[in-house]
Design a binder for this molecule. Sequence first.
Ligand SMILES: NC(=O)c1ccc[n+]([C@@H]2O[C@H](COP(=O)([O-])OP(=O)(O)OC[C@H]3O[C@@H](n4cnc5c(N)ncnc54)[C@H](OP(=O)(O)O)[C@@H]3O)[C@@H](O)[C@H]2O)c1
Length: 291
Amino acid sequence: MPASPARILITGASGQLGRLVVHALLQTIEPARIVAAVRDTAKAGDLAALGIEVRRADYTKPETLDAAFVGIDRLLLISSSEVGQRLPQHRNVIDAAKRAGVKLLAYTSLLHADSSPLGLAEEHRQTEAAIRASGLPFALLRNGWYSENYAASIPSALQHGAHIGSAAEGRIASAARADYAAAAAAVLSAESVSDSRIYELAGDDAYTLTQFAAEITKQSGRTVIYQDMPEAAFRTALTGAGLPEAIAQLLADSDAGAARGGLFDDSHQLSTLIGRPTTPLAATVAQALQN
Ligand SMILES: NC(=O)c1ccc[n+]([C@@H]2O[C@H](COP(=O)([O-])OP(=O)(O)OC[C@H]3O[C@@H](n4cnc5c(N)ncnc54)[C@H](OP(=O)(O)O)[C@@H]3O)[C@@H](O)[C@H]2O)c1
């Protein structure tokens, strides 16, 4: 008798990346093979309406994870958005995945997590170590920066005529969330799971923030320059603009890491995996300008 097709579960399925992974999976596999795991099922009515089973799974509540992972063959752990709390939360998921005997544990890590200068990398390094220690077959999806992260600051850049940051002339190989989602879907729905693998995922084209500002200028018809500043000054500017201290610190640290090459990669593993070029920065800027 042929083996029944693998059942795939996505954690954080109510988040922006999670939803995109579910929709990418739906392009090639039946809804009945997909389980959307969310901490608040009330947020996943749209996914249930697509014929997808929705299960409650809170990273902080191991009993919900055991119940959610029953019968699951392949599991995508989408890294928690609760920076600083991630390692214990991720450990709970890894331990429950091990108890459930999943045959593939995929995890959304950070580009070059093992050597990245970004402060954000530490929790990813620790999570990757816990995944290796679990002995489960794994896929480390080391995602680069989302282009949407920078695009979110376009309204403010237009207002001030400047995009501020501390990335200097660091080159940033970002890609759209949908590109990373397509990569996760490709790995999860592959015919068979081979050896554990690490994927360094980044955009095909890299740009500096000077080039980002020039792209905004070109598309909007309004002059926007890039104004570089020391990391501490950038952090102060972000808190001055109303961002919480922790977020300001994280963004300034990440920009400083970008100056040191932390968001650059030219291996083209993402476009190879998804079978198409990654979304150009210009397309994400155009999308942001329409909103
Ligand atoms: N590469 C990058 O540039 C970049 C940028 C931002 C974030 N990230 C990382 O990538 C992840 C996915 O990005 P995203 O844009 O989809 O972020 P997002 O929209 O904030 O989604 C995060 C997801 O994590 C879920 N979550 C948080 N705490 C949880 C818990 N205790 N139990 C279960 N689920 C929990 C959230 O659930 P709710 O829907 O209930 O809130 C949400 O579904 C982020 O969480 C972050 O780790 C990467």
